[in-house]
Write a protein that binds this ligand. Structure first.
Ligand SMILES: [Zn+2]
Length: 268
């Protein structure tokens, strides 16, 4: 770890909260929505919206299949492994992940200590409100054969998108009326109640928060978790490439750099 004071703080901490963002997966070559900006000329935020799925489900399915292939081929890096190791040593640690790539799970981070608040690109869920069908597959194979990506890059709007009818997209086997979609939280959608409940239960069960690690995120939409940890007495340590002045306070630790390097474990 980067500083002596942080190492000491970690050793003496029992109740540790971790907030993860895209910065932990960037060294695994997973682009963020902000880096991608647009795909085939469409803003990525819009592609991850209910409106986009309603209007252009084939386009949205190909967008997510492209991302899913990148994420499926990516490997966890030293930061994922360090965090997994830390979670193994600290049974009261909870990680809140904003990532949809499952790299923490693949590094061995156990689900009871991990809350992926934005879902997973490897999950499918029904697009019908109220239908609770979900399934999960980490396979490289797409959900249906017609979604196999062509050998050319379809992120460029000058290349043709494979022809696909809506009827060929995956349909929900439970309600049999609606399309399935990727199980990620969409733009402007509320966070899943189950995830928020798990975080509330953790805050309710711990007597205090000793330390919070904010890793690779500007926490634009999740600064409430940092505020809650501060209220419970937490010291905050931020790991990021860029200084995040909107969330870093004077008393916080800020460790600048590639998190796969700054979060590498020290073995005595
Ligand atoms: Zn359904």
């Amino acid at each position: 770890m980067a500083t002596v004071s942080l190492v000491q703080r970690l050793r003496s901490s029992t109740f540790v909260l971790v907030l993860l963002g895209a910065g932990i997966s960037a060294p695994s070559d997973i682009p963020t929505f902000a880096e991608l900006r647009e795909w085939r000329g469409y803003p990525c935020q819009w592609l991850n919206s209910a409106a986009a799925f309603e209007q252009q489900p084939v386009l949205v399915w190909f967008f997510f299949e492209t991302l899913r292939q990148i994420m499926c081929r990516a490997e966890p890096n030293d930061a994922h492994r360090s965090l997994t190791e830390l979670a193994g040593m600290k049974p009261h640690l909870l990680t809140i992940s904003q990532n949809i790539d499952d790299l923490c799970e693949r590094a061995g981070h156990l689900p009871p200590q991990l809350v992926p608040i934005h879902g997973s690109i490897f999950m499918m869920t029904c697009s019908r409100p109220g239908c609770t069908y979900t399934s999960r597959s980490p396979s490289l194979e797409p959900a249906v054969p017609s979604l196999v990506l062509p050998t050319y890059d379809i992120s460029n709007s000058k290349t043709p998108l494979p022809t696909l009818e809506i009827s060929e997209l995956p349909h929900c086997p439970a309600c049999r009326t609606h399309l399935l979609r990727r199980g990620v939280v969409r733009y402007r959608e509320l966070l899943p109640a189950g995830s928020l409940d798990a975080i509330d239960r953790w805050f309710g069960a711990v007597p205090r928060v000793d330390l919070m690690l904010v890793i690779g995120t500007s926490a634009e939409l999740s600064s409430q978790f940092i505020d809650d940890a501060r209220l419970r007495g937490a010291s905050i340590a931020h790991f990021n490439l860029q200084y995040q002045d909107q969330i870093v306070e004077d008393e916080d630790l800020f460790i600048q750099g590639d998190v796969s390097t700054t979060l590498r474990p020290e073995h005595d």
